[in-house]
Ligand binder design. Sequence first.
Ligand code: UD1
Ligand code: CA
Length: 463
Amino acid sequence: MDPRVSVVILAAGLGTRMKSKTAKVLHRAGGLTLVEHVVRTGQAVAASGDIVVITGHQAEKVQQTLSSYGVRFALQAEQKGTGHAVCCAESELPKEGFLVILSGDAPLVSADTVRRLIASQVGSSAAATVLTTRVADPFGYGRILRDDQGNVAAIVEQKAATPDQLKIDEINSGIFCFRAETLWKYIGQISTNNPAGEYYLTDIVEILREQGFQVQPFELPVADELLGINTRVELAEVDRIFRAAKIKQLMLDGVTIERPDTVTIDGDVTVARDTIVESHVRLLGKTHIGEDCQIGAGSVLQNAHLGSGVKVEPYSLIADSRIGSGASVGPFARLRMNNDVGDNVHIGNFVELKNTHMGQGAKAGHLAYLGDASIGPKVNVGAGTITCNYDGVNKHRTVVGEGAFLGSNSTLVAPLEIGAGGYVAAGSVVTDAVPQDALAIGRGRQMNKDGWAKVRRETIKKK
Ligand code: UD1
Ligand code: CA
């Protein structure tokens, strides 16, 4: 049986160098907060109940963000250092097995790397394994001091290092795997005896060695995954890396992406084969797109569910909505929230939908606002049709039966029901229910004055 693994995620700091009122781990890269990436990595190696996130700055927001993950939390009210942070989790975690420390600000580290780190620790007699790498510019990182056997003798922090130590290019990633029992036994010995006056977790290395234990390095040959985020410059770089990886994966899975460097796709988005994503598209949140769709240039889809063969013409916005197979949307359409658009529906340019259901084969080709409406199958919504769904206090529904025809510029004052097969004459203001198969005309009657225009022109000329 695999040994029990628990995880501590350090996420209490504000991240001063972000220059932000938002805690660093709540900033986003690749469509997720940094701490979510790290939690997901943790979940690949440990049960959610064995993962403790150390919170401090904006603790409540961090808990809220992670509420669906089933992880535990420990509050570090005052940030006295990474050693102190780990101590805060002790009462929440098992004493046996192995404990992995992850850093909330290093979201690129892969589950595979953490698994290999654990395997290396499990297979050795060392008390701990430190994930290390070599970087061209080690400034700011803790440096790895090795002993004659190649084990880790100590980690010295930037502020405490001698000029010679500062030249060492092997750095501490901040990610460790400990024998849990040993760590919990000795972690209390970490002191604040250093230039920053903090409890440095990294001091545990020397403490363990004094007790006769060994600490081994696990060195990654490529540093990319260990890139930590301290500034928004690094945040943008990490975001770019996540985006590029996601887009590459989708392309390998059979999605055509034009000008991939201009396209933004969040990590949880799924796109089926043979769909074409044009340039400058953003696919966000939990968007799911079926086969053979085409997503037009400049469109933004957030939590959108598209069936197969959907054509989204350029510059359309679709949020929190479902679109059935074979439907077409846009260009310049806006499906704002909670819409359910049936199969083969056509929504054309400058049409806005909110909280609206459109039955199969219904059409709204141009310039309409349909809010809080239920539009039956095969209804034709004329250009300029508006549902007046708001009376200044409450919202009301408009229900249009199957096959009805709404003439251009219909103004539908809700609450309103239009029976199946009903007609609304163009330009009507409709305030009363329209029976099935009836015609509603609600507008001033037309009157023609013969010759009036000619006379008028001549009068103007004479002046
Ligand atoms: C730390 C390591 C350093 C390593 C680097 C890798 C220590 C003393 N130093 O330095 O060796 O090279 O990470 O990125 O461990 N945190 C808390 N509570 C605290 C302090 C920090 O939760 O009291 C959290 C932060 O929110 C952050 C993580 O721990 O997510 C790392 O803290 P940070 O201050 O960024 O440490 P570094 O100076 O980068
Ligand atoms: Ca850091």
